[in-house]
Design a protein around this ligand. Structure first.
Ligand code: SAJ
Length: 423
């Protein structure tokens, strides 16, 4: 049985480690966080993801997965550590660098090292190769090296790990083939072989495509509001065209990928990346836009109180990293508004039960299209709110139902009430 050492037991590393353990590998997962290691060794997952807790419990119980704070001698090493960005919007590769350096004492001839963390183009050849050369092994021939980006969607990680196609970029063809063999043990989608730099760029292009597309949807939303058009309906109609796929507008783009990865291209390409930069700026400007609209909806209301529904970065996940809701809540408070927040999935001691968040509020601000919120009853909300006003930034509330219950419903990209309607 081959042994795999997975460095980084986060959103990608832990699911990958359990899937490998499920598919015949002896797996040791490594994390610098001792509490995470202890928890996993008890058969528990520190990450909230569909089916993951069961998979971790099973792999630990059957002794196919173990967690540790230091790497060990193995056949394959997979690096899946975070690559955040700095205040200057530059990739912070310190975790990748220290993960690679931590492997040096354990690497031997015939090993394969795979980087899965999202990185700027050329990181594998320019950063990893020089570090791994310190082993004295010839990179490619004696120590195989590949970049194989993760492409799974939070909320569907385990399913997508198996069913998505995979891009495998080797520093040479032999490295790509060796990495393909590892993924072929569990991936049912196609596996495409290329060089490491093309694979790095492919990953960044996927998330940048999504970011630029969402920026376009957000721009359409602002234009639609001004022209009296319902952007949600217009996008639905446009998407019936066989070659159109416009994404959804919203209060901003969050998460640790789409709001970050385009900057890795900007960092390298500079003034060539004009569209990419402006798309980032449009999406980053959405929280401010939402806050301005909230203030317009509440103008003239003394000591206004806002009930914010949703704090996570997107619907039906518990993750709040880079969530636009966090910025919106911060900005509202900075402008002197009282804010009460509810979220059915996020873990935060300041969150309130739904009824308490709604009680006495002058505005219901919907920031996340969680499943629970789609079936929110307007009659119940009307009893709790001080004023029957709703601002839906996700286009999920049904206009007829809410208006019938006496609400003034403002929807991003659809309808914003005039001063007369607000008075
Ligand atoms: N969003 C919109 N409108 C949309 C879609 C998303 O405003 O039409 C917002 C969401 O609300 C959220 C943000 O964008 O705040 C990102 O959400 P997402 O579902 O688009 O993406 P992530 O960050 O959860 O996962 C993405 C995925 N990339 C692509 O779909 C191209 C996933 O496959 C990647 O593996 C992941 O990034 C990653 O780790 O890079």
């Amino acid at each position: 049985m081959k042994k795999v050492c997975v460095i980084g037991l986060g959103y990608i590393g832990l699911p990958t480690a359990t899937v490998l353990a499920d598919n015949g590998y002896n797996v040791v997962g490594v994390d610098t966080n001792e509490a995470v290691v202890a928890r996993i060794n008890q058969g528990k997952s520190h990450i909230s993801e569909f089916n993951l807790a069961d998979k971790v419990a099973k792999a630990i119980a059957e002794d196919r997965l173990r967690a540790a704070t230091l790497p060990e001698v193995a056949d394959v090493f997979i690096i899946a550590v975070p690559t955040p960005f700095t205040a200057e919007k530059k990739a912070d590769l310190s975790a990748v660098r220290s993960a690679a350096e931590s492997l040096l004492p354990y690497l031997k001839k015939g090993n394969l090292v795979i980087l899965e963390s999202t990185v700027p183009p050329r990181t594998t050849v320019d950063l990893l190769v020089p570090i791994l050369q310190k082993t004295g092994l010839e990179i490619g021939k004696e120590l195989r090296l590949a970049f194989c980006p993760e492409r799974v969607l939070p909320g569907r990680i385990l399913e997508e790990l198996i069913h998505n196609s995979r891009v495998v970029g080797g520093v040479d063809h032999a490295s790509a083939l060796a990495a393909k063999e590892v993924y072929a043990s569990f991936v049912r989608g196609d596996i495409y072989l290329t060089d490491s730099t093309t694979a790095e760029m492919t990953k960044l292009m996927e998330n940048t495509y999504r970011d630029v597309n969402i920026a376009l949807a957000n721009e359409f939303a602002l234009i639609a509001e001004q022209s009296g058009v319902n952007v949600w309906e217009a996008i639905r109609f446009a998407n019936n065209h066989p070659r159109v796929n416009i994404h959804q507008p919203g209060p901003g783009v969050g998460g640790h990928c789409i709001a970050v990865d385009p900057w890795f291209i900007v960092e390298q390409a500079g003034s060539l990346a004009r569209l990419i930069r402006i798309a980032r700026e449009i999406n980053d400007g959405m929280p401010q836009y939402v806050v301005n609209r909230v203030q317009q909806l509440l103008s003239g209301v003394p000591s206004p109180r806002v009930a914010v529904l949703g704090m996570t970065y997107k619907a039906d996940v518990a993750d709040c990293r880079e969530s636009p809701a966090l910025e919106i809540i911060y900005l509202l408070r900075e402008r002197g508004l009282t804010v009460a927040v509810h979220d059915p999935l996020a873990q935060d001691e300041h969150l309130l039960p739904l009824e308490e968040a709604l009680a006495g509020a002058d505005l219901l601000l919907l920031l996340v299209g969680h499943h629970d919120y789609r079936s929110l009853e307007p009659a119940k909300a009307a009893q709790l709110l001080r004023k029957p006003v709703v601002f839906d930034t996700r286009g999920v509330l049904e206009r007829v139902t809410w208006e019938r219950a006496g609400f003034l419903l403002a929807t991003l990209g659809e309808f914003f009430p005039s001063k007369k309607e607000l008075s």
